[in-house]
Design a protein around this ligand. Structure first.
Ligand SMILES: [Zn+2]
Length: 145
């Protein structure tokens, strides 16, 4: 059995990537990606961070920006759903984010699928059906707020 040592300890007691071995085992592209991964010191533990901001802290603004960049029509992996619950944010924001991603926010469009209601149109603009996508990104009324 061959043991691979992708990390090396230098004489200054710091850890770095074993670049010759990375280049031997992986393509240059993958090797470069691995080399860009920060190596934590021996006393630091892995932690979850919100990827929507550089500092790793959740904010509604960063969620809004993220929602504008991702395609909400594609299904999101179950693992992503589980990671949401570990984000450092107020529980109400996490729950709302989870509901948005899983399309279970009680919008008029969604309610209208189960209960007869007078209108499924947006209460703010009355131009489109009230869906979560419309409420958060498309409604012309929110752009003025
Ligand atoms: Zn609207």
């Amino acid at each position: 059995m061959v043991a691979f040592k992708l990390l090396t300890n230098s004489s200054s007691n710091s850890t770095s990537w074993n670049i010759p071995l990375l280049n031997q085992l992986f393509t240059s592209c993958i090797s470069n990606h691995i080399q860009n991964i920060a190596i934590l010191g021996p006393n630091r533990k892995d932690e979850l961070k919100w990827m929507g901001t550089k500092i790793g802290i959740f904010s509604v603004k960063s969620m809004y920006t993220l929602l504008r960049t991702i395609d909400l029509t594609t299904p999101i992996l179950a693992r992503t759903n589980l990671k949401i619950w570990k984000v450092h944010a107020i529980p109400r924001a996490i729950l709302f984010t989870w509901k948005c991603i899983n399309n279970v926010v009680p919008t008029r469009s969604r309610i209208g699928r189960f209960v007869p209601i007078p209108s499924t149109m947006c209460r703010m603009c009355n131009q489109n059906e009230e869906t979560i996508l419309h409420m958060l990104l498309e409604c012309p009324f929110i752009h003025s707020v």
